[in-house]
Design a protein around this ligand. Sequence first.
Ligand code: DGL
Length: 276
Amino acid sequence: MLSTTGPIGVFDSGYGGLTILDKIRELLPQYDYIYLGDNARTPYGTRSFEVVYEFTLQAVRKLFELGCPLVILACNTASAKALRSIQQNDLPHIDPSRRVLGVIRPTAECIGELTVSRHVGLLATAGTVKSQSYPLEVRKLYPDVQITGVACPLWVPLVENNEFNSPGADYFVHKYIDQLLEQDPEIDTIILGCTHYPLLMDKIRQFTPSHIRLVAQGEYVARSLKDYLSRHTDMRTRCTAGSSCEFLTTESVEKFQEAASIFLHQQVHVRSITLE
Ligand code: DGL
């Protein structure tokens, strides 16, 4: 029998979700958290729907086993490719009282309030752009907003390899932003629709015209979670509040610790697990 109370689970394909976790803990420090990074199988951005779905479901099951009543898919690619199926097809069988939430809806919700021109750009992984999840979600809420997406396949490797501040990164940051603005020059707001991109923020700002607003997701996801918990008392009382955070990785502990110090600017205690 799975425990009915426990930490909030935060899942990502790798390290990037730490940028989301960081903002969630800043706003909701009272809760316990388990962060799970599937570092051994990252990146998800170039993988098929079937594979992303299968890997994400394994991670969700693991976090449920560890007692999480609520799991946040901090990964855009997993939110785009797996969330809907897990919510609709798997949760009813696994445990209908548990919840899985993603990062696309909270981002879509804020967009209509931020854009004036109603032309919004999306920079994300190839998987997220191809899934059309952002245009679909945004259109449901703001039918007058037009979304143009460009995939940035080299940005995740730049961050993962700690090259995000190097002069070499300039070329690829400039290139994708130019591509986006060439496709739609009326864009006044750009969604950074990938967990890793906040680390490239300085460079992205440098190559983006100053009138364009850059939207990193962490703070919107955190606000949306706070709002969700305030509206769902039953779930709120099931999330334990001891201010702890456990880190799990499918890769080596040392590798995770090294990368976590880049994303979180602190040393963390990590445990290695397998997903199947
Ligand atoms: N976490 C992924 C996302 O937000 C980026 C890394 C990957 O491709 O797995 O889309």
